[in-house]
Design a protein around this ligand. Sequence first.
Ligand SMILES: O=C(O)CCC(=O)C(=O)O
Ligand SMILES: [Fe+2]
Length: 466
Amino acid sequence: MDAFVTRRPQKRKTSDDFAVESHEESTDIKLAILASLHPDIEQEMLLDILLAHDGDVQATSNTLKSPSTPRSVKKTANNRIAGQTSLRAFAIDPSSGEPSPKKPKILSKKGQTLHLYDPQDISEHTPCTIIHNFLPAHEANELLSELLEESKTFQKASFKLFDNIVSSPHTSGFYVGSQKELQEQKDDYHYNGGRISVGFCSHFPGSATFIDSYRIVQDVRTLTPKLEAVRGRVQETVNSAIEEHIRTHHGGQKPRHQPSEPWCANVAFVNCYNGPQESVGWHTDQLTYLGPRPTIASLSLGVTREFRLRRISSFLPSSTSDNPDPNLQGQVSLPLPHNSLLIMHSTTQEEWKHSVSPSPTLTPHPVSGNIRINITYRHYRSAFHPKYTPKCHCGVPGVLRVVTNDTKQANGERERKENRGRYFYMCHAGNVPDPTKKKCGWFLWGDFDQDGNPRGLNMANQSKPR
Ligand SMILES: O=C(O)CCC(=O)C(=O)O
Ligand SMILES: [Fe+2]
């Protein structure tokens, strides 16, 4: 069996189409859906029953609900359900009929989507690490229930796109660690009646034009007891994964500007996608408060959705942006099942874009139905507190960005090839949802040391710490 499939982006399907086409869907995606619906059942068991039902997810799930179905549960030493195993074990070499030890070379071709589920494939072909069944099953369900309740009061974020104010196609809430941090967030990160928090640098669909859009959050909350309980475990796991990733992907040498201080989950964004149409478009997360080369940890709960990644073309390997290799230009899609932790490592935000696309159909989750909750734990670094952010001519803290070949509109001179990968601050008054604000055209190169800390003078001259 293939551990992945490629396919062209598909037209929206009806549920009937889905039934007909379900045989063409990746077995990995079906397994991801089944694993999220039946977390106590072993991967091998899921696969056997799925094959016995000729690949029909619904029929498999019905069988698995029956108390007479065997469910050989694997527990680890600390009583957690074992992680899902790699599908490599099932790969058959067509010439010998034996399981194949060799993995075919996979590429994400232009116009095609490469679907990956196996953690090893994900680690090899994306800048991310995935951990399935991250929390003990009961804890994941309790966290999901708590956040489903919280999400009833979430709001859609506002953005400014081409002078229009639009709202995001999902809702979200923003959480900090303590009352003190909450007050500080309200006082220091406040602007124009709204809090500028995680922003997006988006590509408008079908256009080569670069735009910025910013998520304005009106309410800040303190971490709920369960978000707080999970935070320490996320932190520990992420710090080990960062070390491992540097060893396996960067020859033991962290990328330039990646912080060497330990990663600390001091804020969390919680997104709620209520139904198959709720989504988030292609974007990179805003760097202003995270600093260069940030790591972000994303815990998914509830119904499985597809998370997509594609490289920003100036960062395509073995190609130039003028002549990119078409074999490396496609997008990668990862199903994110209930209780999976996706760690976006330090090259993700500057070199890739990500999205959660609308979904043709969903297989409801037993606790949340068609709702997906996603928590992104982030490290707001003290060196990037707004009191240190350089201010533009409007007197407003600027926004931190990196030059890519997608930033064409940003300002002629700095888009020269030799500037790609350089950081700069610019005015973002024109990007907040206030039609009276226009950009002042201010620009400043960011100057960061090896660990991504502001090098000082440049920054200090612009804005004095309070
Ligand atoms: O829901 C997800 O998996 C991604 C959310 C995201 O990209 C964001 O909050 O910036
Ligand atoms: Fe994001």
